[in-house]
Ligand binder design. Structure first.
Ligand SMILES: NC(=O)NCCC(=O)O
Length: 384
């Protein structure tokens, strides 16, 4: 599997396809073309100085007579962990705070209204190790931990909604851990939190050793810039998880993730994009980037030798729209900020075209599912 030396699908297509073919391939692969955003040159200069990629695209919607366009800019951040995983915990967290502060500053220059970071952004993705210390020390209170306070300052300073996915320690319920996203209003107030509903039991994603499936359902946050929800990582494999955020009114669903090439790279471009189409909403798929090395060897339960690495986090963060179009992905190897301008009117427009909420047979599914989960259920299979 390719590592950082293979930059991206987009770069490969641009390099090898003649212009006419490239246009048609992009039409089929990416849907209606997204316009390149004219971002300020000082934002590009600062991003270059700070060594991260900056890309910006806009999704258009048709003009309506009764509604004004509902324009919102979202920022997706993918990043490496700046310090090695064996550096002191507090130093790793501070280094990540500094890195994100610089990226958020560029997002502010680009007029971003809502920004989302990658899954468990304040730590290396250490759940592969199954060790408790020092990794559980990265857990913080969602309400008033140092990272939430840090994000509150950023939110207020830049008038930006911040979605901050962290490892949460829930002091009010026996100090248990959760995989949580904290949603902070552009006023700086904590609006609330949402938790990862589906815990992977695949490969080295040994997350069930650390926390349980979320117990907060599918909350949607009504921000000044639109209704948002957060479907954390592995939840993207579950169409009903996306559906429930949509049923609660989400116009934008963020999917902060941490996933590796050998496991999921071929699924990555499909799942969040399909969710945007199926639910008439925008989806923002964010993946971490790079390789993380852990001090102690761990095994993968596959008979192969113990190792120190999780695998290659392939970045490739992107935004998909309800009409099925999508932005190109950020690179597979670099830290990056993807800015996307959305017109939320496109959600209702696509709903009126395709009518999935109208044609969906939810009552029938609800009844059938209610039966199917009963222990004595007999599947309706017709046999010869
Ligand atoms: N972080 C996480 O849930 N990863 C699981 C692997 C995947 O969903 O691709």
């Amino acid at each position: 599997m390719a590592g950082p030396e293979w930059e991206s699908v987009e770069q490969c297509l641009e390099k090898y396809l003649p212009l006419q073919d490239l246009r048609e391939v992009k039409r089929v692969l990416y849907g209606k073309e997204t316009r390149k955003l004219d971002l300020p040159s000082r934002a590009f200069e600062f991003a270059f100085q700070e060594n991260f990629e900056l890309q910006g695209y806009a999704f258009e919607a048709a003009n309506e007579q009764l509604r004004r366009p509902q324009i919102v800019r979202v920022g997706l951040v993918q990043n490496r962990t700046p310090l090695p995983a064996d550096a002191p915990v507090a130093e790793q967290v501070s280094a990540l705070h500094r890195r994100i502060e610089a990226i958020v500053q560029v997002a502010a220059m680009c007029g971003v209204n809502i920004i989302c970071f990658q899954e468990a952004w304040t730590m290396p993705f250490a759940f592969c190790t199954r060790e408790k210390l020092p990794w559980t020390e990265f857990a913080e209170s969602a309400e008033d931990g140092p990272t939430t306070r840090f994000c509150q300052k950023l939110a207020k300073k830049h008038d930006m909604v911040v979605v901050s996915p962290i490892l949460e320690r829930d002091r009010d319920h026996g100090n248990v851990l959760w995989n949580t996203a904290v949603v902070i209003s552009n006023s700086g107030a904590v609006m609330g939190k949402t938790r990862k509903n589906h815990i992977p039991r695949v490969g080295d994603f040994n997350e069930s050793t650390y926390y349980m499936e979320g117990n907060l359902g599918h909350p949607v946050f009504q921000t000044q810039f639109g209704r948002i929800a957060v479907n954390i990582c592995y939840g993207r494999h579950h169409p009903l998880n996306w559906l429930m955020y949509s049923i609660n009114g989400a116009e934008i669903i963020f999917n902060p993730s941490a996933t590796i090439g050998t496991l999921s790279e071929s699924l990555w471009p499909i799942e969040a994009r399909n969710a945007a189409i199926a639910n008439h909403c925008f989806t923002c798929a964010i993946n971490r980037v790079g390789q993380e090395h852990f001090p102690n060897e761990f095994t993968s339960g596959d008979g192969k030798k113990a190792h120190h690495d999780f695998g290659y986090f392939y970045g490739s963060s992107y935004v998909a729209a309800p009409d099925g179009s999508r932005t190109p992905g950020l690179s597979r190897s670099q830290d990056g900020l993807l800015v996307a301008e959305l017109n939320l009117n496109l959600c209702q427009q696509m709903s009126d075209v395709w009518n999935f909420k109208m044609t969906g047979r939810y009552e029938m599914y609800a009844q059938e599912l209610a039966e199917a989960v009963k222990p004595n259920y007999v599947p309706t299979t017709v046999k010869e």
